[in-house]
Ligand binder design. Sequence first.
Ligand code: LRH
Ligand code: MN
Ligand code: MN
Length: 426
Amino acid sequence: MKIQDQHIQDANKNLLENHNDNFDFLANQLTKNGHDVNTILSKLAEFQVAIPSWALGAGGTRFGRFGFYGEPTTLEQKIEDVGILHALTQTAGAVSLHIPWDVPQDYNTVKELASSLDIKFDAVNSNTFQDQKDAKESYKYGSLSNTSQAVREQAIQHNIDVIKIGEKLGSKALTVWLADGSCFPGQNNFQTAFQNTQDSLKTIYKDIPEDWKMLIEYKPYEPNFYSTVIQDWGASLMLANECGEKAYTLVDLGHHLPNSNIEQIVSILSLKGKLGGFHFNDSKYGDDDLTVGSIKPYALFLIFNELVYGMANNPQNPDLAWMIDASHNIKDPLEDLIQSLEAIQEAFAKALLVDQAALKAAQLDNDVVKCQEILQGAYRTDVRPLIEKARVNRGGAISPIKAYRELDLRNYLIKERGRNTVATGL
Ligand code: LRH
Ligand code: MN
Ligand code: MN
């Protein structure tokens, strides 16, 4: 199923007049307040977020999984789904593959399909948290940290294989997330586990191509419930520093203990030039992988405020690999991802409205009240007309959810793929 421009124009027709009125009003206000609306629009248009191949089907929990009709089963179908998202939102121009869940069968077909939909291959993700079919060694007690050299070697080789797959696709980064850790005190020697992980990552790092990054993701718990080897940004940063300049920390919003100040983590990593990637999601309790912005939109805005500051002031930090990392238990995955993309754009647009010069001046004056007024003034602005305009300028939908429903896309997918589909992955 490929969406034609005409489909989107038809869906936009009824909304256009209202959208134009709202945009003109907001653009006028922003211009009066000294903002350059065109610059904001082009920043919004450039901001592309990768969709992970595993988020296109319904996820589930360990208690059960409720499938969603018409889910993609092949990699090609997953890329087609990203194509739908990108056509509607114009902000999902990349896909991130998890290996071995989504190993391409025919590289040329997959690459041609992706490029016909204007989709790039973002970071490739290795998987040493599950035992793979016919694998000699088991990851039950860890992978890169395992006390057994044979297990570590198998896990290292897997990562090297993933780099090779990524190279064939045009990816430029490897994301390593480890489930390694322990469930009970005394189970692991913390130092041995960390040292083994460091040595294993350094071996993998030797195979990271010159123009690639290695992104090291951290997580405090789950599936191990007592300790995780790469538990936080400090552990990740230490490992990245040990590996070398192509290694960076990856922040996944769900991978923090409750009330962690993620914006501060982002800010300091950026200052040190070591913030490499980002996984967006939202949560109330832990790694809930809920729709971005559905629970803590103000926290997301504060994080974006630091990201925007970093992008403007930290040339030592590279461009980031942005990705949504979510799971869908009850919503249509495509609708959920559209909502996430919208929330990301909204937080970004609001952060772009922060008057950084005024904020700096208020900070120097220790005018705490003014600092808050500046941040909250930007946060309270309804930026939706800006996001709509950025999308429309690129041929996207004014309201992607409305267009998705009006075009009856899920039913098309069901007709094409059948009802009883089960996506691979989580
Ligand atoms: C782990 C994680 C990591 C995995 C993905 C499936 O919780 O965030 O990024 O690769 O989920
Ligand atoms: Mn993640
Ligand atoms: Mn996660």
